[in-house]
Write a protein that binds this ligand. Structure first.
Ligand SMILES: Nc1ncnc2c1ncn2[C@@H]1O[C@H](COP(=O)(O)OP(=O)(O)OP(=O)(O)O)[C@@H](O)[C@H]1O
Ligand SMILES: [Mg+2]
Length: 296
């Protein structure tokens, strides 16, 4: 069964796009899975990391982005959606036979405008309260996103920091959400906010009443420097939120992996000293997500 994994945090610059791409490469390479990365952010960083500027602009000009997909298909019955997907991309070679593949539904700078247009269009059709229209738009987007499950084993959704309809639809659709964060003095607040959104509760008390084993998200400490203050903060956060055992240190190899490079390479060449961390992250995330799916 297709698994939908969202990578989300309302805080910017915590590593969402980097980790989405790393997990996509790992699931294709280590897990031999057919992976789709869905870029929901108007900054399009994950798209640029996976195909570079030229191929992304070409896809934009051809009308093959997530914004075009929503706009073209919003009112139509489902048709073949593969025209919008760039197949077998990324700068990691996953083996010619029996290997996994990474594909991309490219992001678009027009995604926010398209969402507003869809909202206005729906509002003008019927006398409905704005909240009801918002729920309708979000629900339709979720169904359109779910459609890609037919062609892939795993769909990774790189969410923007803001609360667009597409981001909310991704959180609705996700079987599991990875929440990367940098342990600093605002991370408690950021984790609380995103956790309440994912668990659909309104107060900290309601959130606290949900056992960790039943929560749909796990938090990933990223950009660790390894000092004592950081360890104390993580212990504190672990009282309120399920944290993954895997942590990602601040590494040049992770920062470099952000840059697009035309040459296909092995996972060892791409991720260097980050690879052991990525293996651990892959095994833990997909172990946790599978366990949750079974118990659901
Ligand atoms: N563990 C790490 N070590 C070194 N650099 C990192 C690490 N994690 C992320 N970075 C760097 O931090 C920057 C921000 O990462 P990224 O763009 O993935 O964050 P984001 O949460 O997707 O940001 P946004 O909210 O803007 O979408 C990038 O330059 C990336 O290379
Ligand atoms: Mg990002």
């Amino acid at each position: 069964m297709t698994q939908f994994l969202a990578v989300s945090n309302r805080k910017g610059g915590v590593g969402k796009s980097t980790i989405s791409v790393m997990l996509a490469h790992a699931a294709a390479s280590l897990g031999k899975r057919q992976v789709l990365l869905m870029d929901l952010d108007t900054q399009c960083n994950a798209s640029l990391m996976l195909v570079g500027g030229e191929a992304w602009e070409k896809a934009s000009r051809a009308g093959h982005t997530i914004a075009d997909y929503f706009s073209d298909r919003f009112e139509k019955v489902a048709e073949d959606e593969s025209a919008y997907v760039l197949k077998n991309i990324g700068d990691v070679s996953h083996g010619r036979f029996f290997g996994g593949r990474v594909s991309l539904l490219p992001g678009s700078q027009r995604l926010e405008d398209i969402q507003s247009e869809l909202f206005v269009m729906q509002s003008s059709k019927r006398e409905m309260h704005a909240d009801a229209v918002a729920i309708q738009v979000r629900g339709r987007m979720k169904r359109l996103m779910k459609h890609f499950g037919m062609d892939f084993d795993l769909v990774i959704m790189d969410c923007p920091p803001g609360l667009s309809f597409a981001a909310l639809a991704a959180l609705d659709l996700a079987d599991h959400v990875v929440v990367p964060f940098r342990p600093d003095f605002v991370s408690q607040f950021a984790l609380d906010r995103v956790a309440m959104l994912i668990e659909r509760v309104e107060t900290g008390e309601q959130l606290a009443s949900i056992p960790f084993g039943q929560r749909r998200y796990s938090c990933l400490p990223n950009y660790l420097k390894g000092d004592g203050a950081e360890r104390m903060l993580l212990e504190q956060l672990a009282l309120d939120h399920p944290l993954l055992k895997t942590t990602l240190p601040a590494l040049d190899s992770i920062a470099r992996a952000f840059d697009w490079d035309e040459t296909k390479k092995s996972m060892e060449q791409k991720y260097a000293d980050a690879l052991s961390h990525l293996r651990a992250l892959h095994d833990e995330v997909f172990g946790v997500a599978q366990l949750r799916a079974k118990s659901a």
